[in-house]
Design a binder for this molecule. Structure first.
Ligand SMILES: [Zn+2]
Length: 247
């Protein structure tokens, strides 16, 4: 479905629009003018459906040039290997996360626990995937008419990354992964690398920017006044509280 100019949602699970595999994160497609950049890849259990949904908008998988990953949890990164295999797209992520993705280290992303909890089928595996473009915190990647600046925002997990997306024309967009959701909600997990204090610092860092649009990893996007959602979470952290969690 079309979100706004150049931005489409092509996948979303139970925490969002309950459209593709129930565990899928939101998968966005950005028409950069020089191919399509995907934001996250879903679990990999609904790649055919992602392809169909992309075709609804007169694009196809052959147009996909990049897959930007916000973090390594399997609901976001599990489809990267298969999509890259089908399209030849380059996989983009935070430099520090690259070796984990390439090793397919399931322990590092708490996949055994998530599988046991029933989020994934018993035979689900995290396919190792080549990390083609490794960004440092603050590094900018230009794809077509858009630039994407990586911000390492740990907390939800160790290597969470937001991307600030800008074009000469158009709004300032924060691609927030699981760092911050609509309404200032967070995604709290009892995983080994979740950290409330790191998340509070990351969200504090985001308050320095004034994005208009928020594209979160789950739930609904905000098409305007995105900075309000960041400030809501920041206010709660500021009173030593913890913002409400999704799902
Ligand atoms: Zn996650």
């Amino acid at each position: 479905m079309k979100i706004s100019r150049d931005i489409y949602l092509i996948g979303s699970g139970q925490l969002g629009f309950d459209w593709t595999h129930p565990a899928d994160c939101n998968v966005y497609a950005v028409n950069t003018g020089e191919g399509v950049a995907l934001i996250d890849s879903g679990t990999g259990l609904s790649v055919d459906q992602l392809a169909d949904n992309l075709e609804e908008h007169q694009f196809n998988m052959a147009d996909v040039t990049h897959i930007l990953l916000t973090h390594l949890h399997a609901d976001h990164s599990g489809g990267a290997a298969e999509i890259a295999r089908r399209t030849g797209a380059q996989v983009v992520l935070l430099d520090e996360a690259a070796s984990v993705l390439e090793a397919g280290d399931e322990q590092a992303i708490d996949l055994p626990q998530a599988r046991m909890a029933g989020f994934y089928p018993a035979d689900y595996r995290w396919t190792p995937c080549k990390a083609d473009i490794r960004l440092q915190d603050g590094e900018q990647l230009t794809i077509g008419r858009y630039s994407f600046t990586a911000m390492h925002t740990p907390g939800h997990s160790r290597y969470d990354t937001c991307y600030v997306m800008e074009a000469e024309r158009g709004p300032l967009v924060l691609i927030s992964g699981d760092t911050i959701m609509y309404g200032g909600k967070i995604s709290m997990l009892s995983t080994h690398d979740f950290s409330v204090s790191a998340l509070a610092s990351s969200i504090e860092r985001l308050t320095a920017m004034e994005p208009e649009m928020l594209l979160p990893g789950h739930g609904q996007p905000a098409l305007s006044r995105a900075a309000e959602h960041i400030r809501t979470a920041s206010r709660i952290f500021g009173t030593l509280g913890i913002p409400p969690t999704i799902g």
